[in-house]
Design a protein around this ligand. Structure first.
Ligand SMILES: NC(=O)C1=CN([C@@H]2O[C@H](COP(=O)(O)OP(=O)(O)OC[C@H]3O[C@@H](n4cnc5c(N)ncnc54)[C@H](O)[C@@H]3O)[C@@H](O)[C@H]2O)C=CC1
Ligand SMILES: O=C(O)[C@@H]1CCC=N1
Length: 264
């Protein structure tokens, strides 16, 4: 039995992924704070919605998907019911395996995961790191849960905040870029729906080329950038507005925020 504790946006995305991957609704239980949320999850997925204590007592694998700010309260609630033969997977930004371990009291195996919302279309990027009491077997179990819904990569825990900033938040930067490009289409007099369709297909095509061609992104960009042509005029403006520097600073800020979250 697998339990997802705190079934918000990420928890629900993981739940739907597990069900698509072949888990039966009877093999997954979830917890939710609000009664309407519990009812919606029950109705949508046919899963049992239980208390955190009940989930901790029953499930062999616990996936903690509350916000970092709510993690201490959740851990205090479940600590009396989590013996050392369970696997605890923490999906929260910033929260270290040591933070979870210190609050569970026993030598519980903890695996830290940072996934992202493309889990909804089985294209997640999930990075995982083992805590002090987690071994190969626990990393394998975590990979088995996550690989049906995307890629899984093992990384040292010291890189988790950087990974959160890159791939955890990554989809948000991409949607932001789409919004900006669609606005540019509007500026040029394009109908919004047509602009969105063009931008979406350009980006999906580019993403698939990047993934499947094995080419470096610089080579792919250069192939679009004709001498004296249109693309270099756009790139010159992006450089003038320091878009690359903005990305470096933005992703560094996200990494720093992840570090702060563990403390508060
Ligand atoms: N949204 C995203 O793209 C990603 C989120 N994450 C991580 O996933 C976690 C959840 O994020 P979101 O889903 O965006 O937030 P959210 O606010 O949608 O979900 C959190 C859920 O936990 C529930 N909750 C809080 N305390 C609870 C408790 N004691 N017992 C039961 N339920 C409780 C809340 O009611 C809420 O439904 C965060 O730790 C975040 O860092 C990680 C990767 C990507
Ligand atoms: O914004 C956040 O804190 C979470 C973590 C990564 C993506 N969303």
């Amino acid at each position: 039995m697998i339990a997802i504790l705190g079934t918000g946006k990420m928890g629900e995305a993981l739940l739907s992924g597990l069900l698509r991957a072949g888990f039966k609704a009877g093999e997954v239980m979830v917890t939710a704070r609000r009664a309407e949320r519990a009812e919606a999850l029950r109705e949508r997925y046919g899963v049992e919605v239980v208390s955190n204590a009940e989930a901790a007592k029953t499930a062999q694998t616990l996936i903690l998907a509350v916000k970092p700010q709510d993690m201490a309260t959740l851990l205090a609630e479940i600590a009396p019911y989590v013996p050392a033969d369970r696997l605890v997977i923490s999906a929260a930004a910033g929260i270290t395996t040591a933070f979870v371990e210190s609050r569970l009291g026993e030598a519980v195996p903890v695996v830290r995961v940072m996934s992202n919302t493309p889990v909804l279309v089985d294209e997640a990027m999930s990075v995982i790191s083992a805590g002090a009491h987690a071994g190969e077997e626990h990393l394998r179990l975590t990979e088995d849960l996550l690989s049906p819904v995307g890629k899984v990569l093992r990384i040292p825990e010291s890189q988790q905040d950087a990974a959160t900033a890159l791939s955890g938040s990554g989809p948000a930067y991409f949607f932001y870029l789409v919004e900006a490009m669609v606005d540019a289409g509007i500026l040029l007099g394009m109908p919004r729906a047509a602009a969105l369709e063009m931008v979406t297909q350009a980006i999906v095509g580019a993403a698939i080329m990047l993934r499947d061609s094995g080419e470096h992104p610089v080579i792919l960009r250069e192939a679009v950038t004709s001498p004296g042509g249109t693309t270099i005029s756009a790139i010159a403006e992006l450089e003038r507005h320091k878009v690359r520097a903005a990305f470096l600073a933005a992703i560094e800020a996200a990494r720093d925020r992840g570090r702060e979250l563990a403390g508060g």
